[in-house]
Design a protein around this ligand. Structure first.
Ligand SMILES: NC(=O)c1ccc[n+]([C@@H]2O[C@H](COP(=O)([O-])OP(=O)(O)OC[C@H]3O[C@@H](n4cnc5c(N)ncnc54)[C@H](OP(=O)(O)O)[C@@H]3O)[C@@H](O)[C@H]2O)c1
Length: 364
């Protein structure tokens, strides 16, 4: 059956129609979401945190220990991701936020105060790093409740701030490099040529370091001011994304890429296509409707060159793996800037600007 006929007779067109309806509703609701989340992030996160503190304390007394395998943590540091302000802008509605008030933030580092029923790996006083469930939110507050299975121990050799950068950005880089592309981090696999776009950003700077542990040849793109930094992280060749070659994603040495970890946004398939090796794969960590369509078309036409959308489902054991790499000195967090929680508004604005080099950290 011709691919177009197959596509039209499949459930895809109907699914696309529903996605279109949801997106339209989301745009209509954006101003409301923007205002309400801004109230929490806009310098009032601390106040929200205090309210939450009281609430959680009451909750603890009334039966937190019956809740299940969760830890109740006092925060020492948190980090921001574009995901946080995308919720604020209504870009993830109607999935997120579910209800108000919504305290943003997912990446946290802190100390366990209490543990719920069935928690085996942690006890009060343990230093931990965790991902807050985005459906409940709460990473920019003094206390948070996190599930045991997405919590990892933080050894004393590592700092709360550097580990707070790891959860979403580090796990996304790890997932892309190891699971989606199949690079073995002990360097035992076949040597691959990979391109990492936005290699100076939160995800990109971890991706470069992990890819080098896997003995790959890394081409990276970033702005001119960050070229030396990205080289120091291990990239073999670095291109300024504002030059014609950078915009065309061309390797200076003429290499074709076995895989691209696409951490920048935009770029049509036609930009990647000529730069890919025969079975090249583009891992798109910010999937748009256009890239979802490309993904479907490449699958339907059995194309050798593929686009793979990546959605992160964080796991505690992967987070522990990254923390252990930090402890061993094999992975580091480049810190763009640190802000006290009372200046969360400035940190938030910096993240929205989209020019962070590494991670933006908030300290409590
Ligand atoms: N799928 C998932 O689960 C998942 C998880 C994490 C992140 N993401 C998404 O991945 C994207 C990247 O996240 P992030 O945390 O790495 O963002 P980020 O830290 O805010 O990225 C900022 C960096 O990107 C650089 N940059 C921007 N445009 C570029 C371009 N065209 N070429 C090269 N570099 C460019 C900037 O350099 P200059 O300052 O020089 O412009 C800056 O250093 C976001 O859209 C985020 O939502 C998805």
């Amino acid at each position: 059956m011709p691919p177009l006929v197959f596509f039209l007779s499949s459930p895809y067109p109907l699914a696309c129609f529903f996605v279109f309806l949801l997106l339209s509703a989301s745009f209509a609701l954006q101003p409301t979401l923007h205002t309400q989340i801004l109230n929490c992030a806009n310098g009032k996160a601390h106040a929200c945190g205090s309210i939450r503190k009281l609430w959680w304390r009451t909750f603890c007394l009334k039966g937190f220990l019956e809740l299940g395998p969760c830890c109740f943590d006092k925060l020492e540091a948190a980090s921001l991701n574009p995901f946080d302000w995308k919720i604020q802008k209504g870009m993830l509605w109607p999935l997120l936020p579910r209800k108000f008030p919504y305290i943003p933030g997912t990446d946290i580092s802190g100390e366990v105060m209490e543990v719920g029923k069935g928690v085996r790996k942690f006890k009060p006083g343990d230093k931990v790093v965790a991902v807050v469930n985005p459906f409940s939110g709460g990473g920019l507050a003094e206390f948070a409740v996190v599930k045991e299975n997405i919590t990892a121990s933080r050894p004393s050799e590592t700092s709360a701030s550097e580990c707070a950068g790891l959860p979403v950005a580090g796990l996304t880089a790890l997932e892309a490099i190891t699971k989606t592309i199949g690079i073995k981090l002990d360097g035992s696999g076949e040597r691959k040529n990979i391109l990492i776009t936005a290699a100076s950003g939160g995800v990109g700077h971890y991706a470069v370091q992990l890819a080098k542990l896997g003995n790959t040849h890394v081409t990276a793109t970033c702005g001119a001011r960050n070229i030396e930094l990205v080289k120091s992280l291990g990239a073999d060749e670095v291109i300024d994304y504002k030059t014609p070659d950078g915009a065309a994603l061309k390797s200076p040495s003429g290499k074709k890429y076995d895989a691209v970890i696409h951490c920048a946004v935009g770029f049509p398939w036609s930009t990647f296509e000529p730069n890919l090796a025969l079975n090249g794969k583009v891992v798109d960590i910010t999937p748009s409707s256009a890239s979802m369509l490309t993904f479907a078309l490449k699958k339907l036409t059995f194309s050798k060159k593929q686009l793979v959308p990546l959605f992160l489902f964080p796991k505690g054991k992967d987070l522990q793996y990254l923390i252990d790499l930090v402890k061993e000195g094999k992975l580091k967090t480049v810190v763009d800037s640190k802000y006290p929680i009372t200046m969360a508004e400035d940190a938030w604005g910096k993240s929205i600007d989209g020019h962070a080099t590494g991670k933006i950290i908030i300290e409590f």
